[in-house]
Design a protein around this ligand. Sequence first.
Ligand SMILES: [Zn+2]
Ligand SMILES: [Zn+2]
Length: 237
Amino acid sequence: MQITIVCDNNAGKDGLETGWGFSCLVSGGEKTILFDTGPGRLLLDNMERLEIEPGSIDVVVLSHIHGDHTGGLDGFLGRNPEVSVYLPVSFPKQVKDGVARYGAEVIEVKEPVKICRDVYSVGQVGRLIKEQALVVRTEAGPVLIVGCAHPGVAKFVNASRKLLNSDIFLVIGGFHLEWAAGGRIRRVISALKESGVRYVGACHCCGDKSRRLFEEQFGEKFINLGAGRMIRPGDLH
Ligand SMILES: [Zn+2]
Ligand SMILES: [Zn+2]
């Protein structure tokens, strides 16, 4: 099982473009899964640079409605409509209808759901901005992938621990701390450490300050992520 960051506002590999948003690819399991679709054209452009064939993807999971996570969806479905799209049930009807018009299967997520072997959505979480996250069982332990984590990354960690009955090995994604004060960032770091999270791959809306503080606290178990970076959890021991 491996995770490749396709879109991110942080640079991770020469030749890849950066832009505000997030998308990553989970491959090597039963199904090939695209989690979020970045801000627009960037998705297909970076996929081409990373030699990821749109046709190789079976499942698309959208974390939440914001354009920096859903902007690449139309372009992608234009290239490969033969996918199942897991989206929070709270998404507007016109978005769901739009996905269905391409011929893709729409799967509305409210409660936690198994997507394929070893891969689950933790279900729709949050009040104002409703969001789902992906949790993947790997040889090293469960990996949690979040989009923006608007409801709070610790909430997603707890939901996925409950779901898999196991501590989380690695958390990847945006933790929505770009504009947070140091005290709040430290509380989030403590919450993650206390809940047994081993590795952290902070990107997207984490912001430089929180990435620095996470690195301080997690040391070599902090992974600096950006567009084009690939992680194999099994190699991380
Ligand atoms: Zn967002
Ligand atoms: Zn975002």
